[in-house]
Design a protein around this ligand. Structure first.
Ligand code: SF4
Ligand code: SF4
Length: 468
């Protein structure tokens, strides 16, 4: 006779206890699925921690409850909360890691200007601009049209190498420094991109974005931007007082100039979003910033947390800030990027392997002098930059850099495997992990706070709104 199988609770199963002390959510961090339970039921389900046959389990359950538990067990087996081989969990995880998409640049960053006309107090670019002076050989500050031409050509060749992925949406982003310092190269690139699309050398659905501080935007530029259907993302941290970190090098506030740029975008109907940094100065003014965004009819926002080894208090408040904004934005039809990635992973039960395209090796950055990088955050010392647009035999995707970053997902980090945030995390910013904690393989700890608070919010919001 066959020995009955023992069943175990998955290592990815977590119990979240509600404030009422009675409601409990059982959540599977890898499957991103949940079951709502009560305290009494959970006491029984916990018996599976050390392994139990179903027959032995049901012996412990009163007769009038047996059927209810049989149904529940069926459900728990189906979602892999209960497994009969304890290796199953890690095998499932390894399978996902092994089958993760290979490096492939769906995004191209053209760093058209390694300089900025602002000197925002928290910006890594201002560090870059200073650090640039210490580079071993003098680098170009502005990308020439020749380098842009070669970069777009090389990008086209690289993405063509995989015909299956070629027609997927691509994005070309003009960034810096401040890209509008080099509008000539942007204009040149736009014409070239149009030609490449017409000849099938770039996919038709290649989206274009400029990330700018908006202060240098003129009507003439805006008309060109509109003609080429480019999205523009303007860095602005809310009303004047809350945007105080945005200043010119002489210390003068930049707010009025940014608003002037934003007004041009509005007047000409450009697709505009704002990139808003939550600083230690504006973090307590969440409501004012949210009101400002809604009142100004801004329909897309990306929140940035401050870089560096921030305090727990900052990370905690920033996480609450983003959640509060998400709640208001939902009612006002505003898209917020950071939260939306987690919301999508959560509700579609779709693992978020990477929280940015550099992790995973899914973006390519080209510096003004034409070398290939994976993350613009390392612009200052050109770490993780290699090769050159002139070398047609060079494939940055084949380098150890891209191969290593491709693997850097929380699912592949022992420190993350037993974290409930695993499935919706994506792993934060690798640059911050390296600069503050010594390696891209370390946790970006300020981000963990955001991830775990977001998970709790999503779980209980779903529970109380009865939408699961
Ligand atoms: S690693 Fe950090 S700085 Fe680099 S692209 Fe990702 S989020 Fe941005
Ligand atoms: S990075 Fe932090 S939040 Fe994300 S899975 Fe790892 S430990 Fe959890």
């Amino acid at each position: 006779m066959k020995t009955p199988k023992k069943w175990y609770l998955s290592r990815f199963a977590y119990f979240f206890e509600g404030e009422d002390g009675e409601s409990i959510i059982l959540y599977h961090s890898l499957k991103i699925r949940m079951v709502f339970l009560t305290k009494t039921i959970v006491q029984n389900i916990r018996l599976f921690h050390s392994g139990l046959t179903i027959t032995d389990f049901l012996k412990k359950i009163p007769d009038n409850k047996k059927q209810e538990y049989r149904e529940l067990i069926k459900q728990l087996k189906r979602i892999d909360f209960l497994i009969c081989d304890q290796n199953e969990d890690l095998e499932a995880l390894d399978f996902i890691v092994k089958n993760a998409p290979k490096p492939y640049p769906h995004i191209l960053y053209l760093m058209v200007a390694d300089d900025c006309n602002l000197a925002c107090t928290y910006c890594f670019e201002s560090m870059n601009c200073l650090a640039k002076k210490n580079l071993p050989d003098k680098k170009e500050t502005l990308m020439s049209t020749e380098v842009a031409e070669k970069a777009i050509k090389r990008y086209s060749e690289l993405i063509k190498k995989d015909p299956r992925l070629f027609n997927r949406e691509k994005r070309i982003i003009f960034y810096g420094g401040e890209p509008l310092l080099n509008f000539q190269t942007i204009k040149f690139s736009l014409e070239m991109i149009k030609r490449y699309q017409a000849f099938g050398l770039l996919p038709k659905n290649t989206k274009l974005t400029i990330i700018s501080n908006g202060t240098l935007l003129t009507e003439e530029m805006a008309k060109i931007i509109k003609r080429h259907k480019i999205d523009i993302s303007i860095s602005l941290d809310g009303p004047k007082e809350q945007s105080a970190a945005r200043i010119f090098p002489n210390g003068k506030e930049a707010f009025s100039s940014i608003i002037r740029g934003l007004d041009i975008c509005k007047r000409l109907g450009l697709k505009t979003s704002i990139s808003c940094t939550i600083t230690d100065k504006n973090i307590d003014d969440c409501q004012k910033i949210i009101d400002f965004i809604i009142d100004n009819n801004i329909k897309a926002v990306g929140f940035n947390m401050m870089l560096g080894k921030t305090s727990y208090d900052y990370a905690d408040k920033a996480a609450d800030f983003i959640i509060k904004a998400h709640q208001r934005f939902k009612e006002n039809d505003v898209w917020e990027d950071r939260m939306s990635r987690k919301v999508e992973a959560f509700f579609k039960a779709k693992l978020l392997l990477f929280d940015c395209a550099a992790a995973g090796g899914h973006q390519l950055v080209v510096s003004p002098e034409g070398s290939f990088g994976i993350c613009h955050g390392f612009f200052s010392d050109r770490k993780y930059f290699s090769g050159d647009v002139d070398d047609t035999s060079y494939n940055p995707l084949d380098t150890d850099i891209f191969k290593e970053w491709n693997k850097r997902t929380p699912l592949n980090m022992s420190a993350c495997r037993d974290c409930p945030g695993l499935g919706i995390c994506g792993g934060g910013c690798l640059m911050n992990a390296e600069k503050e904690y010594g390696s891209i393989w370390k946790k970006d700890e300020r981000f963990c706070v955001h991830c775990l608070k977001t998970l709790e919010y999503l779980l209980w919001d779903t529970y109380y709104s009865n939408t699961y």
